[in-house]
Design a protein around this ligand. Structure first.
Ligand SMILES: *Cc1c(COP(=O)(O)O)cnc(C)c1O
Length: 367
């Protein structure tokens, strides 16, 4: 086998055990005598997958009973637009905290379907930190406050102390979080949020699926004036199956949840993720400027690590040689340049060790 260590930002690496299990049961799933892709979503066999996956996710994240778990079609980008359609009254605006590329995208989509405001932004810093809470200008009559817990491209993350202490009480205005690139990487206090949602292709499974954890009372806001298929209340009422769901994506997510439980759950993943990130940032910081990460240490992402080389003329060589060494997809996003290593749950410590060894050797060879 010539699979490499895959540092792709998304769609991202899946655990090898999960891929092998999919391969193993692709033609004949359980006792269906057919593939999981080829059976009715309404049959008892698939409904069992739906129920098991929800139960596992509830266990993994300790989701309170007062929250619904929805398995939704499409990626987070579509839900950027659907959030205000569902949760803002006509004329009511929502507050957006901008900490990088994805929160800007969320704001732009929301603004196209309802009035939204920027309540804080760290754009002037070049998005190298989350906007300090003291600078947030919240509207007490906003429909919700939206933030992006981890900026996949800028490598900026709201750390636990900020999420659970600094932000403080937002009063009657619920906090919504796009957690596409850090859900399941660390424990979450769900009760702190009105809505948590995530595209699946970073830390959950395959693309085209969004998982939403929504406080039940908020679903009462979903208006009858929108088409039922855009209403989250429709999905909540129908067990996420008002129509045919992405059954294969849902099945892959269910296997990832099982894998996470086998790994010891989210607290164990958080420890491993911290060890991986510390190793990589430690190497970058100790490289005497050979490698550089621009983000404030207090806001550095444990999932996505952008870095630049001292001499950008070496970028192409770095990418070609790292790829040849089996270290895949290290090219940075065009919005930031340089390199980016995404080290989600499925990246083993050995992959980060191999990257650090390569970086050390590359720096030595190139003076
Ligand atoms: C990848 C990503 C998205 C977009 O997901 P799509 O499935 O492409 O819509 C949104 N937010 C964050 C934080 C992401 O990392």
């Amino acid at each position: 086998m010539s699979r490499g260590y895959n540092f792709s930002a998304g769609p991202a690496a899946l655990p090898l055990e999960v891929l092998m299990r999919i391969q193993d049961e692709l033609l004949e799933w359980r006792d269906a005598r057919a593939s999981v892709m080829e059976i009715s979503h309404r049959g008892a066999a698939f409904v069992a997958v739906a129920e098991e996956s929800e139960r596992d996710l509830r266990d993994l994240l300790s989701i309170p009973d007062s929250y619904k778990v929805l398995f939704l079609p499409a990626g987070a980008t579509q839900h950027f637009a659907q959030l205000p359609m569902n949760f803002a009254k006509p004329g009511q605006s929502a507050d957006y905290i901008l900490s990088g590329y994805w929160s800007e995208k969320a704001f732009a989509q929301a603004h196209a379907s309802a009035t939204s405001r920027v309540a804080a932004s760290s754009a002037e810093s070049g998005f190298v930190r989350t906007p300090p809470r003291a600078q947030w200008q919240l509207d007490p009559s906003a429909a919700y406050v939206h933030l992006t817990s981890n900026e996949t491209i800028h490598g900026v993350q709201f750390h636990d102390d900020v999420l659970y202490d600094d932000i403080g009480d937002t009063g009657d205005v619920p906090l919504f979080a796009d957690m596409s690139s850090d859900i399941l990487s660390r424990p979450i206090d769900i009760s702190r949020f009105g809505v948590v949602y995530a595209s699946a292709q970073k830390n959950i499974g395959a693309s085209g699926l969004t998982i939403m954890i929504v406080r039940e009372d908020l679903l009462e806001r979903c208006p009858d004036s929108i088409a039922p298929i855009f209403s989250y209340a429709t999905f909540a009422k129908a067990g996420s199956m008002p129509n045919t769901p992405n059954t294969f994506g849902w099945y892959v997510a269910s296997l990832v949840f099982e894998w996470l439980k086998e790994q010891g759950g989210i607290a164990a993943m958080a420890e491993r993720n911290a060890a991986k990130a510390n190793l990589l940032y430690g190497h970058i910081d100790a490289s005497e400027g050979w490698y550089r990460n621009p983000v404030d240490p207090d806001s550095r992402s444990l999932m996505n690590v952008p870095f630049t080389l001292k001499d950008p003329a070496l970028d192409a060589t770095f990418l070609a040689e790292s790829k040849a060494a089996g270290l895949l997809a290290l090219k940075g996003h065009r919005a930031v340049g340089g390199m980016r290593a995404s080290i989600y749950n499925a990246m083993p410590l050995a992959g980060v060790e191999a990257l650090v060894d390569f970086m050390r050797d590359f720096a030595r060879r190139n003076g």
